[in-house]
Design a binder for this molecule. Sequence first.
Ligand code: KG4
Ligand code: ZN
Length: 407
Amino acid sequence: MMNFTRSLYKSGQKRQIQFLNNRRNYSGSAILGIETSCDDTGCAIIRHDGNLLSDSLHSQNLMHLRNGGIIPDVAQDLHKKYIEPTVNETLQKAKLSMEDISAIAVTLRPGLALSLVVGMKYAKYLARLHRKPIIPIHHMEAHALAARMHHNISFPFLVLLISGGHCLLAIAQDVNNFKLLGQSMDIAPGEVFDKVARRMKLRNVAEYSKICGGQAIEIAASKATNPHVFKLPLSLAEYRDCNFSFNGLKTSVISQLYKKEKEHNIVADKLIPEVNDLCAALLMAVSRHLVHRTQRAMEFCEQNDLIPKDNKQLVVSGGVACNNYIFNALTYLCGESDYKIYRPLPKLCTDNGVMIAWNGLEKWRRGIDIITDISKLDIQAASPLGESLIDEVVNAKIPTKLMKIKI
Ligand code: KG4
Ligand code: ZN
């Protein structure tokens, strides 16, 4: 038994040494990251010691605000237009050339196929031209690990990813090892904010005209005087799992908005007078739902010894993690549950190239997914995060009572 273990260890060690030797063959001292999975063309360069040298982001937000949502063809055209200038600008800002780059990390899954393909093709073009390996990146894994760039967070940790396209709870066990505890069964919270903000016509207020729906709702909610006039349900209250649902909330807000519009005879581009209160009611309802599911995930981890009792950590990431009300509600939960809470810097919560370069570096350091035969690399529009433990969570039937959130 001992010999068997030792020989396994030795062969593992040999592979690791082989990898380290091979890695020395690659020139360069930094990772270039490229992100084009949705509507942001992002690029960044991070040195092997973890220092961010430069980053550039071309956001399509204004165009999509005008169109009332992302039109995939339009997003693709903009990625095609901006990918090269964005990468060049990043190299220039870092005062580097492609010779200084050791590998190109690029998002290949999940996301809009038409958007992903632009990043992949450009990464392959650069890789062939400069003889560099590619490190394929899973967009959600990159969101989950981004907080490790500026905080000392060790594996395993619990992670709540909340964005415009995703909502999920998972355990990050290692750079390439995730266990999924729950996910949205319909839409994501960011999409609710974007759609509701549009339906409320927040864009017609100069202050909100150039920012995304989530930000607009957060600012409007901070001006609320009486949010309790609107009653919104606790989603999936009867279901003892960690999944999410936001469709019911969206419908309920829109129907209450409609009633108020009728009551006040609101026409054309005017807003209802209670708009701030309705925004606050929505924000509180989303927060309660997120806290409730996270609370159950913490209990599931406790029951199954999935998170060390002396180092309980929650990472909140994705665009919606920028929201301070939501973050404060989750901070309250963590205080009550003996968890430390972290989120990436706000500009690293939303889509960006830095988290892709960082994920590339984390893989580079471990020798994971450094692909030289790039011809077989392809995009994947749909790709769940890690291995699913959702059935185990459902079967555990944990009767979590939502705590009273005091913020
Ligand atoms: O992570 P992200 O940039 O893209 C996706 O992967 O979806 O997230 C964008 C989403 C948008 O729906 C936006 O409304 C939301 O994040 N968001 C916010 C805030 N800032 C951005 N939601 C609530 N509060 C915010 N402050
Ligand atoms: Zn994202």
